[in-house]
Design a protein around this ligand. Structure first.
Ligand code: KIV
Length: 243
């Protein structure tokens, strides 16, 4: 798609109906993200998500048998060593995933090479890395300083050489995301990284307005699902109570 100049769209799903709906809408890349922890399981950040929880949701999403490529996110501390990375990536494939994603650049290259050598497609993730929220003390935009720009370029090149098929760029400054997109041969898929990536990914409940308790600069919900759900439930409740 990158070589044809076609924009790539990707969304997250965590269960059977959402995977099926996204697939029927023609989304080509569906990610069972570890955002699961925050948008479904109620954790304060993604560092609490376990392999067992991810696997349960990957299985549910895979039951939709999407035509889309189904990728699974490797959770916090599930790819610390090459052995763990390969074993956990295999677990996701056995659960129905067709690709895996993990956060990081040069520091995880041995793990990426081993996963790719297993024949498992690998999706990179650079920029703001949510699994590093505790060390970094928050979610910070990356690429503002020249040193960050150079580090992102080196990480992206390393992921390309290790065999990644695409790279998610999260909260990277738009000019740096555009520069990376021009320089690397594989697609960049941006989230909060400006319009010039090869594709865009969003956390589906953010797009649908299902989580009214916070707002994000980079997503303007296209639906107010939370409000509509509350109204429908209230109307149904009142209807039952009147009888
Ligand atoms: O976990 C997730 O949903 C992600 C996307 C934000 C890219 O990693």
């Amino acid at each position: 798609m990158k070589s044809r100049g076609e924009k790539i769209t990707s969304l997250t799903a965590y269960d059977f109906p959402m995977t099926r709906l996204l697939d029927e809408a023609g989304i080509p890349l569906i990610l069972v993200g570890d955002s699961l922890g925050m948008v479904v399981l109620g954790y304060p950040n993604t560092t609490h998500v376990t392999m067992d929880e991810m696997e349960h949701h990957v299985r549910a999403a895979a039951r939709a048998k999407p035509r889309a490529l189904l990728a699974a996110d490797m959770p916090y501390r599930s790819y610390q060593t090459v052995g763990e990375a390969v074993a956990n990536a295999r677990r996701f494939v056995a659960a129905g995933a067709e690709a895996v994603k993990a956060e990081g650049g040069r520091e995880i290259i041995p793990q990426v090479c081993a996963i790719v050598a297993e024949g498992i497609p690998f999706l990179g993730h650079l920029g703001m890395l949510p699994q590093h929220v505790l060390e970094e003390g928050g979610y910070h935009v990356k690429g503002k300083k020249d040193a960050e720009h150079q580090a992102l370029l080196a990480d992206a090149d390393a992921l390309v050489n290790a065999g990644a098929f695409a790279i998610v760029l999260e909260l990277v400054t738009p000019p740096v995301a555009a520069d990376l997109t021009r320089r690397i041969p594989i697609p960049t898929i941006g989230i909060g990284s400006g319009p010039d990536c090869d594709g865009q990914i969003l956390v589906t409940p953010d797009l649908l307005g299902m989580l009214p308790w916070y707002s994000l600069k980079h997503v303007k919900p296209k639906l107010n699902a939370a409000e509509q759900m509350r109204a429908v439930v209230k109307e149904w409740k009142e209807g039952v109570e009147k009888k």
